[in-house]
Design a protein around this ligand. Structure first.
Ligand SMILES: Cc1cc2nc3c(=O)[nH]c(=O)nc-3n(C[C@H](O)[C@H](O)[C@H](O)COP(=O)(O)OP(=O)(O)OC[C@H]3O[C@@H](n4cnc5c(N)ncnc54)[C@H](O)[C@@H]3O)c2cc1C
Length: 400
């Protein structure tokens, strides 16, 4: 596609004005079902307007443009509210992995459908006994002719309740050390043997699920990145995840409850002269700016063709810390309304829900401690964490 960045920006702006609400408007209180439908509609319209899949190849449903165009689009998007959350994992993590590791047939079959949200994908990594140490996972995949048979349990699978497919990492060779002998599969979630059970959260919603796999048969053509290469594919996906959480703007929490919003709230409550309130909002503002600069640095590196690296962990860690601080400052201002609210109390429910959700940022996509370990090893050059079972076959390592 040949289009100048200026024309592309105009096209993006016109599309967003017609299809999304300005950021200054109060958010629409959609139910999950409505939000998912809106998300699909938005991405289909985006693709029809030749604005979807900006950096992906034309033959797989993208526009084949460089990452500078993506920056232009994201800058425009930051002025609007769009129903993107249900496809955040699908677009932020699964799509780039499919693009990097998928076979031409897999990309032909799925890529443009994922771009358009005709299919939404989820990430099936964590298990009850394997979260931070995801390489120790126990879900098995055994070859049977030209099929693989999957058995095991995944947990915390965000969005599985409305997704069509999941990228599932499973153990194909237990005689290998834990990081080897893993493979990545595309799993159709409507297959017999897939049982999705919602988990109820503190907020009352059910954002994630347990997914049980009982004799689920997938074709050999569902293997992504080759047999035994699952850890490399998983690491790439985790890198994309950290960048998506940490560098996708100034962070989800700061949009919901950023310093600008807290200043308004402090004025409304007559507390804008309170030195403690002023101090906490000023601290938040400084950290938001730092987060913006970290994000810009990462996105510029990506735009120049650099693969995501450990800087994604810095961004992700900072986002989690920022969310927590925003939440603490908000609860201090909101008082009891940050925990219990009445339906008529304006945006109190939105506040309370943002406060309740803040701790999740320190866990999702790898906990703060895990990000600190990565930064220690890969940025500061500190010694690796000792592993007494390093190099030992997975099946011989004791597990609880
Ligand atoms: C909102 C949300 C959405 C999620 N969505 C998904 C999803 O879509 N798909 C998916 O597969 N998973 C998902 N997860 C799961 C997430 O990746 C895991 O919860 C996370 O990796 C931590 O694993 P765990 O819960 O098993 O905790 P554990 O690994 O058991 O950790 C428990 C505690 O021990 C600490 N710890 C563990 N190892 C170390 C270490 N080596 N050094 C120092 N401290 C350590 C941890 O920091 C933590 O405090 C989601 C989680 C959340 C909160």
């Amino acid at each position: 596609m040949t289009i100048t960045r200026e024309d592309f920006q105009i096209r993006a702006r016109e599309f967003l004005e017609a299809n999304a609400a300005p950021r200054s408007q109060p958010p629409v209180g959609w139910t999950e079902r409505e939000l998912v439908a809106e998300c699909r509609r938005f991405h289909q319209a985006l693709a029809d307007a030749e604005l979807g899949g900006i950096t992906y190849p034309v033959e797989y449903g993208g526009l084949g443009l460089d990452k500078g165009y993506l920056e232009v689009f994201n800058r425009e998007l930051s002025q609007f509210q769009a129903p993107l959350v249900p496809a955040a994992i699908s677009h932020g993590m699964c799509l780039p992995v499919l693009n990097d590791f998928g076979t031409p047939e897999q990309r032909d079959r799925h890529q443009s459908r994922v771009i358009r949200c005709d299919e939404i994908w989820c990430q099936m990594f964590s298990e009850p006994g394997a979260g931070s140490d995801v390489a120790s996972l126990a879900t098995r995949a055994i070859r049977d002719g030209d099929q693989w048979v999957l058995n095991g349990q995944k947990v915390w699978t965000s969005g599985a309740q409305y997704c069509e497919y999941g990228l599932c990492v499973a153990r194909t060779d237990p005689a290998q050390p834990k990081h080897r002998g893993l493979s990545m599969f595309i799993v159709d979630l409507s297959l017999p043997g897939v049982d999705i059970r919602p988990l109820r959260q503190i907020s009352g919603s059910s954002h994630f699920n347990e997914v049980y796999l009982s004799d689920v048969r997938v074709g050999h053509d569902c293997l992504v990145g080759g047999e035994g290469n699952g850890w490399n594919v998983a690491v790439a996906m985790l890198m994309y995840e950290r960048v998506a959480i940490g560098a996708g703007g100034s962070g989800a929490m700061s949009q919901a409850m950023g310093s600008a919003k807290l200043i308004k709230e402090a004025r409304k409550r007559g507390r804008d002269r309170d030195p403690v309130v002023r101090d906490s909002i000023a601290d938040l503002y400084i950290r938001e700016r730092i987060q913006t600069f970290i994000g810009m640095r990462i996105r510029q590196a990506a735009a120049s063709g650099k693969a995501p690296g450990p800087e994604g962990s810095i961004a992700k860690l900072n986002t989690a810390i920022l969310s927590r601080r925003a939440s603490d400052a908000a609860i201090e201002l909101a008082g009891p309304a940050g925990q219990a609210w009445d339906a008529a109390a304006g945006d109190a429910a939105e506040w309370a829900s943002a406060v309740i959700s803040a701790p999740a940022m320190a866990i999702a996509g790898g906990t703060n401690e895990v990000q600190r370990n990565i930064i220690g090893e890969r940025v500061l050059g500190l010694p690796k964490e000792p592993d007494p079972f390093k190099g030992q076959p997975w099946e011989e390592v004791p597990r609880s």
